[in-house]
Design a protein around this ligand. Structure first.
Ligand SMILES: C[S@@+](CC[C@H](N)C(=O)[O-])C[C@H]1O[C@@H](n2cnc3c(N)ncnc32)[C@H](O)[C@@H]1O
Ligand code: SF4
Length: 392
């Protein structure tokens, strides 16, 4: 398959700060207005326009935060700005926007559609008002359903985020959430297990480890019954509805992240480089004002760029590929890292094959259901230090 390329644009405005959320976002009334923020992102496009080859984009992803909270014309302006500098879109481009329930009306939706937005990721989280309230979401289940009715009226492609393992959440409540998500016509579902640090108010009364494993199993069983495939550890889709954008991250493709906290990956240096933007709104503004030459960008970004060594590239490759339903391609790994590295991977994989934590399918290492449950422990075995590869 040819190389693919996409752009992520971070929109850091939210109605409220959900207590469990660690993303770089602000309550919309507490920072400068979105018009100003979008002007900064436009500067960033201009400043960094030569870092990636101009081409038709495979994907654009507006993530957040709550991109649907800002005026829709600003989303359109960003798509146009990219096109102005050669990052064009066409009928094949997947353009996703994250929307929160009750932040989109018909007019907004039509503006998105005219600009080519063709995928909607809905932050439903749960269909239980009790649980939504508990995690301090502004919307209720009825508002989620209304948002979906709107999307269905236009026959649109949408995905749901479902949050689970919430304090006091029962298996039946989770089963209900998954069933409703499917019944409402979602073709893609991302179940996220709540992650909060110890001592966080939401860390109390959560399902125990065994119960959480049960929850993973309930999700898998319910979605499998409806022909959803787990194409990535936290993502299920009907065939053909996988997120093309997220697939870029998991298949070693280049991507350009614009806006606050956004991350990019380029293969220009020998093992590739990652670079990223700061989390602070004020500092991002200052950097974008100053970064008007490529030299400035390099100087500024000294703290915000990492040229990967082989061991880091290998760790990334294994981690992202093993998350995929299709698994880690033995051929691709050998092609990119060489046969001696492949021998090392085969040696590490063997005990996991023996324990039925992984299987070899079409020459790909794939996590089994048992493996998925303890995936973090498996990923650790494929995390490499420089010295691990020194003798190869
Ligand atoms: C950054 S949010 C953006 C989407 C949208 N603003 C929303 O909240 O619905 C993307 C997804 O990350 C998930 N998420 C955020 N914080 C999380 C946490 N602490 N643990 C698990 N999932 C989390 C939520 O399910 C959310 O839908
Ligand atoms: S609405 Fe979404 S992005 Fe905003 S704080 Fe809540 S979880 Fe985070």
């Amino acid at each position: 398959m040819s190389e693919r390329f996409g752009v992520y644009i971070h929109i850091p405005y939210c109605l409220q700060r959900c207590t469990y959320c660690d993303f770089a976002t602000y309550v919309h009334t507490e920072i400068k207005p979105p018009e100003y923020y979008v002007s900064l992102v436009k500067k960033e496009i201009f400043n960094k326009r030569n870092l990636f080859p101009q081409r038709e984009l495979d994907t654009i992803y507006f993530g957040g935060g709550t991109p649907s909270l800002i005026p829709a014309h600003l989303i359109v302006e960003l798509i146009s700005e990219l096109a102005k500098f050669g990052y064009t879109t066409g009928p094949q481009t997947e353009i996703t926007i994250e929307i929160n329930p009750a932040t989109v009306d018909e007019k907004k939706l039509e503006t998105y559609l005219k600009a080519g937005v063709n995928r909607f990721s809905v932050g439903a989280q749960s269909f239980s008002d009790r649980l939504l309230k508990m995690v301090h979401r502004e919307h209720n289940a009825q508002q989620t359903v209304q948002t979906l009715e709107l999307l269905r009226k236009y026959n649109l492609n949408f995905s749901f985020d479902v949050l689970f393992a919430l304090p006091t959440q029962s298996l039946d409540e989770l089963k209900y959430d998954v069933q409703v998500a499917v019944e409402l016509g979602s073709k893609h579902i991302s179940p996220y297990c709540l992650t909060v640090p110890e001592g966080h108010p939401l860390s109390k009364n959560r399902p125990l480890d065994d119960e959480q494993i049960e929850m993973f199993n309930v999700i898998h069983t319910e979605l499998s019954k409806k022909d959803f495939l787990r194409y990535e550890i936290s993502n299920y889709a009907l065939k053909g509805y996988e997120s093309k954008h997220n697939m870029l991250y998991w298949t070693d493709q280049e991507y350009w992240g614009l806006g606050l906290s956004a991350h990019s990956y380029t293969k220009k240096s020998s093992w590739g480089s990652r670079f990223w933007n700061v989390n602070s709104f004020d500092l991002y503004g200052k950097q974008m004002d100053a970064e008007n030459t490529l030299q400035n960008i390099a100087a500024h970004n000294a703290q915000q760029i990492e040229h990967l060594d082989k061991h880091q590239a290998l760790t990334d490759f294994c981690y992202t590929s093993l998350r995929l339903g299709a698994g880690l391609s033995v051929d691709k790994l050998g092609e990119k890292f060489g046969t001696t590295t492949l021998d090392l991977i085969n040696k590490i994989a063997q005990p996991m094959l023996d324990k039925n934590l992984m299987s070899l399918v079409n020459n790909h290492y794939v996590l089994t259901n048992n493996g998925v449950v303890i995936s973090n422990q498996i990923f650790e075995k494929f995390a490499f230090l420089k010295e691990d590869l020194a003798t190869l």
